[in-house]
Write a protein of this length. Structure first.
Length: 348
């Protein structure tokens, strides 16, 4: 990718424009690359970014779950619970997933050995990149904490960790849809403009769908979400950038749902078939569509004394069970699983 386009893409996704773009380049550079080509690597930036992330998450948790009154500071959760929530938010697999969702993996600058070994696919490398970008932002903005907290908010999407919130997290749903169904990365562009001033944005002839703001008109941030090229653009508004992004994704999700373009359970299995039905059911279960299927077997004999195996396939969330009989225990299981697979693909 052209370097200028790369800078635009990364800065747009994190909603921060670098004054010194060399810091962004350094954040992308592993030691293996700098050893072969000269220049600075991102290891010290990782160290800085780790501390930025730590304080930003602690501030988020203290603001979200606590308050100050005349008696001092009180929190909804004790230290142990907050520590566990924080650990889940900053763990390696979380940061690696966010880097994938932002589409930054392809920009990592690596030496030849790293390229041959595909180290950019390792979670630890993606975690390092997440932290290095935060470190670069910290230095570039001269430790402006309002700026840093906004960038962490955008990159980490901490609201998605709130399991007490029953409302769908539309940002995660849109990202999952884009990456799983269309294998692309959604692009978000942020503006510090209110609902009223957003009407003056150039539309460039692109169809847009905009959040209903008939009752709220004083929100200061706008997010423009772009999915596939041939889909409309979606615009949302909020008190902060993360809230604006969530609203843009909500508009996008509801439009896609109306148009029948959402990812469904039928999209998970490319070629449902009897031979692979057992594995295909388990794949769906491990993707949280339902619990792991269970099988029961009963052996009887026909009039000639030959064994006949009956297999019943159960899923807790499915009202019915499906059974099949065969002289082969394995074949009976495949048939029962295939019947269940066809049912869940058609009904769920």
């Amino acid at each position: 990718m052209d370097e200028k386009l790369m800078y635009l893409m990364i800065q747009g996704q994190i909603s921060y424009e670098f004054k010194n773009k060399d810091l962004l380049t350094q954040a992308l550079t592993r030691r293996s690359y700098s050893q072969e080509n000269g220049g600075l690597d991102n290891e010290v930036l990782e160290f800085i970014g780790d501390k930025v992330l730590d304080i930003a998450v602690v501030k988020y948790l203290s603001d979200k779950y606590g308050s100050i009154d005349n008696d001092g500071y009180s929190s909804q959760f004790d230290e142990g619970v907050l520590t566990r929530i924080k650990a889940r938010m900053v763990e390696k697999k979380t940061l690696a997933r966010r880097i994938d969702e932002l589409g930054f993996t392809e920009f990592i600058k690596m030496g030849k050995g790293d390229i041959e070994n595909n180290v950019n696919e390792q979670q630890s490398v993606k975690e390092d990149l997440f932290e290095a970008i935060l470190g670069a932002v910290a230095l570039d903005c001269n430790w402006d904490f309002d700026t840093l907290f906004q960038v962490v908010d955008i990159m980490l999407n901490p609201d998605s960790f709130d399991k007490s919130n029953s409302e769908k997290n539309y940002t995660d749903r849109i990202i999952e849809l884009e990456t799983k169904k269309w294998s692309v990365i959604p692009f978000f562009k942020y503006y510090k403009r209110s609902y009223q001033t957003s009407w003056y944005f150039p539309f460039d002839g692109v169809s847009q769908h905009i959040q209903d703001m008939t009752k709220i008109n004083d929100l200061q941030y706008t997010c423009l979400a772009k999915l596939l090229t041939d889909l409309p653009e979606f615009r949302g508004f909020g008190r902060n950038k993360n809230e604006a992004r969530e609203q843009a994704c909500k508009v996008a999700y509801e439009w896609l749902e109306k148009e029948g373009l959402l990812w469904s359970i039928r999209d998970e299995i490319e070629n449902p078939n009897k031979d692979e039905a057992i594995n295909q059911l388990e794949i769906l279960a491990r993707r949280d569509y339902f619990s792991i299927p269970e099988y029961e077997f009963e052996e009887t004999f026909d009039k000639d004394g030959n064994p006949v195996w009956e297999c019943k396939c159960y899923i807790d969330e499915v009202e019915y069970y499906f059974s099949a009989a065969s002289s082969s225990k394995k074949d009976a299981k495949k048939s029962a699983a295939f019947d269940m697979l066809n049912y869940v693909l058609g009904e769920m």
